[in-house]
Design a protein around this ligand. Structure first.
Ligand code: ADP
Ligand code: MG
Length: 242
């Protein structure tokens, strides 16, 4: 999609915690309809990127432009309303609600005019999409890791986002479950969503991404096609911890 206008553009994106520059002047464009892989060693700022772009953490400096709108400094509920959804590296469902209610709740947040019945109908659709329809009445604690990860995806999708930020949804899954998840992520994109995908499972990165970017110590150190970037000497040494 080289000619498409960027759906998301961040400029000089920075986030400092006490004593840690978690993001340090990141410039990045995400094109409409692409799957962008966000890679980097542990602690390089990947989750912080998702937290800042989704409005969960305030940024320290920089700009966030989404679909031509300046959303710098906008809080999470307004980012969600603008069409940005995210998953958590460690799934965070509402523990006392069923799987179905968890997804319906997000559908209702996303569309104030939706009554409970319509929200549940909408939720069923996403449970079927993620293969969780058989667990609709279960509580999140009764799900296995694979199901918890897919519930996290269903909840993100129920908000009908234009941009989905996925934080290590494949970690801990078996090879068979990873194949299923790869197929699911493809179908999410085929429905028209743009995806930023933080992942360590290289097989999935190679299979899914149109382009990757690599962070190291909060700085963007490389970007391009996955197979080219992963040969880059700077990237290799970042992964080796040099
Ligand atoms: P990654 O997801 O790439 O492993 P993170 O974005 O989680 O990395 O973390 C980047 C850096 O920011 C790390 O040094 C981490 O300890 C720090 N960090 C992340 N979140 C917080 C927080 N809420 N408070 C303080 N430091 C944080
Ligand atoms: Mg992380």
């Amino acid at each position: 999609h080289p000619t498409a206008a960027p759906l998301l553009e961040v400029r000089g994106l920075s986030k400092a915690f006490k004593g840690v520059q978690a993001l340090d002047g990141v410039d990045l464009q995400v094109r409409q309809g692409e799957i962008l892989g966000l890679l980097g060693p542990n602690g390089s700022g990947k989750s912080t990127f998702i937290n800042v772009v989704s409005g969960h953490y305030p940024l320290s400096a920089g700009r966030i432009v989404f679909d031509g709108q300046d959303l710098t400094g906008v809080p999470a509920h307004r980012m969600a309303h603008a069409g940005i959804a995210r998953t958590y590296q460690i799934p965070r469902p509402f523990a006392h609600m069923t799987v179905l209610q968890n997804v319906a709740m997000v559908a209702m947040f996303g569309c104030a005019s939706l009554d409970e019945k319509s929200a549940e109908r909408e939720a069923w659709k996403w449970l079927e999409f993620t293969g969780l329809q058989g667990r609709a009445q279960a509580l999140p604690d009764d799900l296995n890791l694979h199901q918890r990860k897919f519930l996290e995806l269903a909840r993100a999708l129920a908000a009908r986002p234009r941009l989905v930020l996925l934080d290590e949804v494949l970690s801990g899954l078996t090879p068979g479950e990873i194949n299923e998840a790869i197929e699911l992520i493809r179908r999410i994109r085929d429905q028209g969503a743009t995806i930023v995908f933080v992942e360590h499972v290289m097989r999935a990165v190679m299979a899914l991404t149109d382009r990757i970017v690599v962070l190291n110590h909060g700085k963007l150190i490389a970007q391009g096609h996955a197979n080219e970037v992963m040969r880059d000497a700077q990237v290799v040494s970042a992964y080796l911890g040099k």
